[in-house]
Write a protein that binds this ligand. Structure first.
Ligand SMILES: NC(=O)c1ccc[n+]([C@@H]2O[C@H](COP(=O)([O-])OP(=O)(O)OC[C@H]3O[C@@H](n4cnc5c(N)ncnc54)[C@H](OP(=O)(O)O)[C@@H]3O)[C@@H](O)[C@H]2O)c1
Length: 349
C-alpha cells in the first residue's frame, strides 16, 4: 500500500477517525490510498471492539492485523484524541454512534456519515445535527441515501431556491431494486434473496432489507430535508417479512425465507397479466408517507432502471407538471465510499 498522505504537515491537513472498517470502510481506505491527498490523514481506525491509532503519516500495510490487536473499547463514540477541526467518519450502522453525531459536532469535529441513523433516527437528533452543522462544522450526508446520487443535495438546493417540495416518490433500496428487477415469479424469490446475499447486494441478514426499515430511514432523511418533519411512526411500512421469518433464529432463516415464494410468485403473475411490474416504492407528500410493494406500469419512470439502480421523482414548485427524475446506482461499497470521500473533500476544499 502506498503512503496515504504526503509527509509535510500543512495547516489544512485533517485527521480522520474512521469508525467502521467493514465493506464500506475498507473501500474508503482504498480510495483514500489511491487519491493520496496530503490534506486527509487517517488518524484512527475502529471496529466495534478495537481501535488502532495511526501514528505517523502512513497507514501500515498490515493495519487489519494491527487493529485486531489494537486497544479494546466499548463501542462508544468517545474520541479523546481528536481536536476541533478533525473529522469523524461513521461507516457503521450503529445506533449508539449515531447518537454521538450531535455531540461530535458540538466538540467542533466534522462528521461524515454512511450511517442513516444520524439524520434518519429521532427527529430531535436530525434537528440538532442540522442546527449544529455550518459555522465551520460540516455534516456530510451524501452517502446516507442513494450512495452519493444527488438526492439530498437537490432537495436542499430546490428549497434554497424558493421551491416547495410537493411530493417525492422513489425506489430507494438498491437491494430491493435488484430483487425485483426482472422478477416474474418463475424462480423462487428466496433464491434471489440468497443470491443477493452471496453477491453482496443484501445485508448479511436480509431481513434488514426485506423489512423496509432501511428504506424507512432513507425516506425520513429525504422527507425531513424536503420540509416534512416526520417521525418514524408516521411512515406506513408494508414489510415483506412474515411473522415466522421475523422470529427465525439465524440457522433457520434460510428455510423460513421459502414462505415468501408462493405469495410473491402469485402476486408477480397477477401483476404481469396486467402488464405491470412489481417495485418496492417509497413515497411522501402532504397527505402522508408510505413504503411498500406496488404494481407499476411497465413504462413508469420508477419501473425502468437496472440492477441496483435507485430512481427518484421529485415534484416541486418548478417541477409541477413533470417531475425532476434522478436515477443511478444507489448501493454498493464503491459508490458509497466515493460519496464519503466527496464529503471529505468538501471539508478540506
Ligand atoms: N454496503 C453498502 O453497499 C452500503 C451502501 C450504502 C450505505 N451503507 C451503510 O454504510 C454503513 C456500513 O455498511 P457496511 O456494509 O460497511 O457494514 P459492515 O460491513 O457490517 O461493517 C460495519 C463496520 O462497523 C463496525 N462497527 C459496528 N459498531 C461499531 C462501533 N460502535 N464502533 C466502531 N465500529 C463499529 C463493525 O465492526 P465489527 O466488524 O467489529 O462488527 C464493522 O467494521 C451502514 O450504515 C450501511 O447501511 C452501506
Amino acid at each position: 500500500m502506498s503512503a496515504l498522505v504526503a509527509t509535510a504537515e500543512t495547516p489544512a491537513q485533517r485527521r480522520i477517525a474512521l469508525l467502521g472498517v467493514g465493506t464500506v470502510g475498507r473501500a474508503l481506505i482504498e480510495r483514500l490510498d489511491a487519491l493520496d491527498d496530503p490534506r486527509l490523514r487517517l488518524g484512527l481506525l475502529a471496529n466495534s471492539r478495537r481501535r488502532l491509532p495511526v501514528h505517523g503519516q502512513t497507514l501500515p500495510r498490515d493495519w487489519a492485523q494491527s487493529l485486531a490487536q489494537g486497544e479494546a473499547h466499548d463501542g462508544s463514540g468517545l474520541l479523546p484524541d481528536l481536536q476541533p477541526g478533525d473529522i469523524v467518519v461513521d461507516a457503521t450502522a450503529s445506533a449508539e454512534l449515531a447518537a454521538w453525531h450531535p455531540r461530535w459536532l458540538r466538540q467542533g469535529l466534522h462528521v461524515v456519515s454512511a450511517n442513516k441513523l444520524g439524520l434518519g433516527g429521532p427527529l430531535l437528533r436530525q434537528h440538532e445535527i442540522r442546527a449544529l452543522a455550518g459555522e465551520g462544522r460540516h455534516y456530510g450526508d451524501a452517502a446516507t441515501v442513494g450512495a452519493g446520487l444527488p438526492l439530498i443535495r437537490t432537495l436542499r438546493e430546490l428549497r434554497a431556491g424558493g421551491d416547495r417540495i410537493g411530493a417525492v416518490v422513489g425506489v430507494l433500496s438498491g437491494t430491493l431494486a435488484w430483487l425485483f428487477d426482472g422478477y416474474d415469479g418463475s424462480e423462487p424469490f428466496s433464491a434471489r434473496v440468497r443470491a443477493a446475499v452471496a453477491q453482496g447486494f443484501a445485508e448479511p441478514d436480509p431481513r434488514v432489507d426485506l423489512s423496509g426499515e432501511d428504506v424507512r430511514r432513507k425516506l425520513l432523511i429525504l422527507a425531513r430535508t424536503a420540509g416534512y418533519p416526520l417521525e418514524h411512526s408516521e411512515v406506513r411500512v408494508d414489510s415483506l417479512l412474515t411473522p415466522a421469518i421475523i422470529a427465525a433464529a439465524p440457522d433457520r432463516l434460510d428455510a423460513a425465507l421459502g414462505e415468501l415464494d408462493a405469495p410473491l410468485a402469485e402476486r408477480a403473475a397477477r401483476t404481469a397479466r396486467d402488464g405491470r411490474v412489481l417495485r418496492y416504492v417509497a413515497r411522501f407528500d402532504a397527505a402522508g408517507a408510505r413504503i411498500g410493494l406496488e404494481a407499476l406500469a411497465a413504462d413508469d419512470p420508477l419501473a425502468v432502471g437496472r440492477g441496483c439502480d435507485n430512481r427518484v421523482a421529485i415534484w416541486s414548485t418548478r417541477y409541477r407538471d413533470r417531475p425532476l427524475q434522478i436515477q443511478g446506482p444507489g448501493a454498493g461499497a464503491e459508490v458509497t465510499a466515493a460519496a464519503l470521500l466527496d464529503d471529505l473533500l468538501r471539508i478540506v476544499a
